[in-house]
Design a protein around this ligand. Sequence first.
Ligand code: PBG
Length: 324
Amino acid sequence: MSFPTTRPRRLRASAPLRALVRETELNPGDFVLPLFVRPGKGVKKPIGSMPGHFQYSVDEAVKAAGEAVRLGVPAVILFGIPDKKDAKASGAHAPDGIVQKAAKAIKDRHPNLVLIADLCFCEYTDHGHCGIVKGGKVLNDPTLALAAKTAVSQARAGFDVVAPSGMMDGQVGVMRRALDAAGFADTPILAYAAKYASAFYGPFREAAESPPSFGDRSGYQMDPANFREALREVALDVEEGADMLMVKPALPYLDVLKAVKERFGLPTSAYQVSGEFAMIKAAAKNGWIDERKVALEALTSIKRAGADFILTYYALEASRWLGN
Ligand code: PBG
């Protein structure tokens, strides 16, 4: 049927009518809030390129987590800035490591908040790479043992979900086996399954103090030009036991997100990364865009493309906007 019988504008005539036929609805339950934790007490150090975000000491992180709970945001993901970095990323799996401490404190106060651990080593190594380095190379297999150990350490500290983001081959499988062997068979793995070597991570590296001291991450993270490779990467993680999947970044990779959701059918998330957030903030500050509208449009698009949940620095702000 075609015009004039069919007139799509009929259903756009009023706000309530549009609400009635709307296909995608955002709500605070869709969001995961990233938090950066550092040593100290009463510390709330602003992150310049990410307005409204801070490096928190554990006590302050507990408060930020409380705000998430109040707004109906079901989960937070923690990143740690340890007081000491070394070649072996010892701080990543130390029983009293910074995210381990934060997890215990947050669990204590907010037992119903889902605690996700980002599992990567770039924040803990003195060279800033996501694995063990020898002769200027990031080594895959020696990093796996470290990943297994860190997953168990994180589960032991009270994390509900571990999220490997290092893009080492085989990491999901070794973590699954290690978790099972240590009595954490029920701890799910959220795999950063398709993670690109993206320039959109710029502000994060300031936030987490984790830029690589030499080279870049394109030897382990994926080439932004590749789509089919993402499907192969995801298939491997699914085979190795991933419970949930993630595509990262989000908005520039909606084609990948949609395909991953359709093909694998597992709970699928997307990470609206630091650069995506910072660009909206910066343009809004200049008065060039309407921040609220642009941010909600971006998040809606990510959900429309297939995200069951979204890791976003807008988690709290968007939840407040949605509440009004
Ligand atoms: C750790 C990690 C990174 C991000 C999440 N986990 C940085 C990177 O891979 O360099 C980026 C998140 C963001 O930009 O918001 N490897």
